[in-house]
Design a protein around this ligand. Structure first.
Ligand SMILES: CC(C)(COP(=O)(O)OP(=O)(O)OC[C@H]1O[C@@H](n2cnc3c(N)ncnc32)[C@H](O)[C@@H]1OP(=O)(O)O)[C@@H](O)C(=O)NCCC(=O)NCCS
Length: 160
């Protein structure tokens, strides 16, 4: 595979983002902390390998904090996820943010491992938050990865 290059999201990426978010997130709306993000319209970063898009990170900045709303690697275990996370952290620093944070769900043990190995720390757990998320986005399934009931939000952060 060609080296991974990360570029800021451009308007030409938007249709591809919508397709990816539909496939991986059941649609462009992504819910975290009781809020719906139109993730296909957020700023973010695309990972490229040659002429192929191999990953996406989307971000939302508010009150000097940068939320990593989505992170998806289409070529796992070759550095795509790490490159996108690094790009988001650099962007957050440039935007004068004091923290990078994200929500993942209780079933996503691989993500908890991935982020903690990259310096992020658990900073909050929101039990049963998915019940509220489902009211905003009914396509969120009842059961997640490895057959684990999808119930809780877990917040991780990286102080910048
Ligand atoms: C979590 C996720 C983003 C990780 O993406 P990824 O592209 O596989 O991440 P990386 O390749 O940077 O790192 C994964 C592992 O591969 C290893 N790796 C990276 N490049 C490698 C290479 N050239 N050779 C061997 N191993 C390599 C990394 O060291 C890492 O292992 P470690 O955590 O033990 O150090 C990806 O699994 C994913 O998209 N998951 C589904 C969506 C999701 O859960 N997103 C996060 C929640 S919002």
């Amino acid at each position: 595979m060609d080296a991974v290059v990360v570029r800021e999201v451009a308007e030409a990426d938007r249709a591809w983002m919508r397709a990816l978010l539909r496939e991986r997130w059941t649609g462009p709306e992504v819910v975290s902390r009781g809020r719906v993000h139109a993730a296909d319209r957020l700023p973010g970063f695309v990972a490229w390998s040659g002429t192929e898009r191999v990953g996406l990170a989307t971000c939302a900045i508010a009150e000097r904090a940068c939320e990593l709303v989505t992170l998806d690697s289409l070529r796992e275990r070759v550095g795509v996820g790490t490159a996108l996370l690094d790009a988001a952290a650099v962007h957050a620093r440039q935007m004068q943010c004091t923290r990078l944070w994200l929500i993942t769900t209780n079933d996503n043990t691989a993500a908890l491992r991935f982020y903690q190995r990259r310096g992020l720390r658990l900073c909050a757990v929101y039990p049963d938050a998915l019940a509220q998320s489902r009211r905003l986005k009914p396509t969120i399934p009842p059961v997640g990865i490895d057959g684990i009931p999808l119930r809780d939000e877990i917040e991780l952060e990286l102080p910048l």
